[in-house]
Design a protein around this ligand. Structure first.
Ligand code: DAH
Length: 339
């Protein structure tokens, strides 16, 4: 019996050394130590032994059981370590390899400059106002002192949804919304898309962008308008930039002016870029017409205001020396990636 026990021990060790996974280990445990296992079947024969032999064999059997159990535990540890090592090898990661670069989009030049302009005005205490692009005739024209049949409507033909709903031709419509909704002091700019039924060419597009400005308070004068625009242009084009006002007519301002900015190409001397003018037309502006104020429920005897509307495309084109507006809308990455 002693031999049989020792044989079991060496057999178990033998099998354990060949095993490589935990499932097979469990099978070995059952085979040698389980209820129907080899060790148990030997112990069952203990009754046949003499009284002297029994404790000796019993002790040996226990010893064999403990040894096999220990071997199994050790083997489990070894196999787990091997499996971990294998897993680490498989998942090896070289952190020194260059990563795959995510392509990051960038802002469109129109948005780059718009953000700049918004920052400049917010720095002067202006809020940013928003208004609808699909607009009633009333807000786009009538409230702005352009009744039906007013000749100035001809220059702003647009796309009509119904007789009285249209795609706005100017952000000036937002002036009316703002003045209807809040009382002075008002200090806003309102950037957005506007539409006109113009054919596409280097300087025209049926969709373009304007930035409207409106300030209404007690005692607002033309010099506030000039100071505000001067500051804007110096921030945009540099400290030695000058502006010039020319008398003009807009139905919603009185007096009205067109505002030119000194040609940054020639510094006012005159060149091909400014057609020898020395100045380039950039925006329309003026003092808000008393009729417009009262149309919006603001007493023109108490309050006055100035307004202006500038074309964003024009400013962007001047800023970057772009000579064809179509480039801004074609979304050609070769062009856009330059900004
Ligand atoms: N809305 C005018 C246009 O589209 C531009 C403009 C002129 C806006 C004078 C104004 C203004 O607010 O006071 O041509």
């Amino acid at each position: 019996m002693k031999d049989a026990l020792l044989k079991i021990k060496s057999l178990a060790n033998d099998e354990l050394s060949k095993v490589n996974d935990t499932k097979a280990l469990e099978e070995i445990r059952v085979k040698f130590l389980g209820k129907k296992g080899e060790l148990t079947s030997i112990l069952k024969q203990m009754g046949k032994l003499s009284a002297e032999e029994r404790p000796v064999i019993g002790q040996l059997a226990n010893q064999v059981r403990t040894e096999i159990e220990e071997s199994i535990t050790n083997r489990v540890k070894e196999i787990k370590a091997l499996m971990l090592e294998k897993k680490l090898k498989e998942e090896e990661l070289d952190v020194t390899l260059p990563g795959t670069k995510a392509t990051i989009g960038k802002l469109h030049p129109l948005n780059i400059v718009l953000n700049e302009i918004e920052d400049i005005f917010m720095g002067m205490g202006f809020d940013i106002a928003d208004g609808p692009e699909v607009e009633y005739d009333y807000y786009n024209f009538e409230a702005l002192n352009l009744p039906p049949d007013h000749p100035a409507r001809d220059t702003q033909d647009t796309f009509y949804i119904t007789d009285n709903i249209l795609l706005r031709t100017q952000t000036s419509s937002v002036q009316v919304h703002v003045m209807e909704e809040k009382k002075p002091p008002i200090r806003i700019i309102s950037p957005g898309r506007v539409y006109r039924s113009d054919a596409v060419d280097a300087t025209h597009s049926p969709l373009f962008h304007q930035i409207e400005g409106l300030v209404v308070d007690k005692g607002i004068t033309m010099s506030d308008l000039v100071g505000t625009l001067e500051l804007l242009m110096k921030r945009l084009y540099g400290d030695d930039c000058k502006i010039r006002l020319r008398p003009h007519h807009f139905p919603f301002t009185e007096p009205s002016a067109e505002v030119d900015v000194m040609c940054f190409n020639c510094g006012g001397k005159g060149c091909s870029m400014c057609k020898d003018e020395g100045y380039i037309e950039l925006l329309g502006a003026g003092m808000v017409h008393p009729k417009v104020l009262s149309n919006c429920g603001i007493d023109p005897e108490v309050y006055s205001g100035f307004a202006f509307g500038l074309g964003l495309e024009r400013i962007v084109m001047r800023r970057y020396g772009i000579n064809d507006m179509r480039l801004l809308f074609e979304n050609d990455l070769r062009f856009l990636n330059q900004f």
